[in-house]
Design a protein. Structure first.
Length: 149
């Protein structure tokens, strides 16, 4: 199973914003730090804002901040919000067709596997992903002195 790029970006965006809880973070900063598309991040930030995981502040000094405390943001819920579907095999797609679908156990097995995957992700919050804080800060170039202030 592979998550959509937007889901990956959403999780990384939330992690960086979670590390910078004392200030607003811009899309440009996130794009620069992760070397990813600013345009794609804007769409992701919009979706996360709609789902109330992020608050967006418009204007010259605007940016992003978490809409909820990190311990309230469940990773599995974020993944469900961002993923367009969980059709791992073609027969799960409404437009998909497979000759053996009427008696195939593969669809059920895949559905159970995806459910187990999401159940496991539900055990983690954004706070858990931020636990190696000092190392994450160093790797992302987050100013340690600013963060401590």
């Amino acid at each position: 199973m592979r998550l959509a790029l937007s889901t990956d970006y959403a999780l990384r965006l939330l992690m960086l914003v979670g590390l910078e809880s004392d200030r607003l973070v811009t899309i440009e900063e996130v794009a620069d730090r992760f070397h990813i598309s600013k345009n794609h991040l804007m769409k992701v930030a919009y979706q996360l804002g709609q789902a109330e995981y992020l608050e967006t502040v418009r204007g010259r000094n605007g940016g992003l901040r978490l809409g909820k405390a990190p311990e309230q943001i469940v990773v599995g819920e974020v993944v469900r919000t961002m993923e367009p579907d969980f059709a791992v095999v073609e027969c799960e797609d409404p437009t998909g067709y497979c000759k053996i679908a009427p008696c195939c156990a593969l669809r059920s097995a895949m559905r159970k596997a995806v459910q187990a995957f999401l159940t496991k992700l539900d055990e983690y919050t954004l706070e858990d992903l931020l636990r190696p804080r000092s190392r994450l800060r160093r790797l992302l170039g987050v100013d340690q002195k600013k963060a401590a202030a």
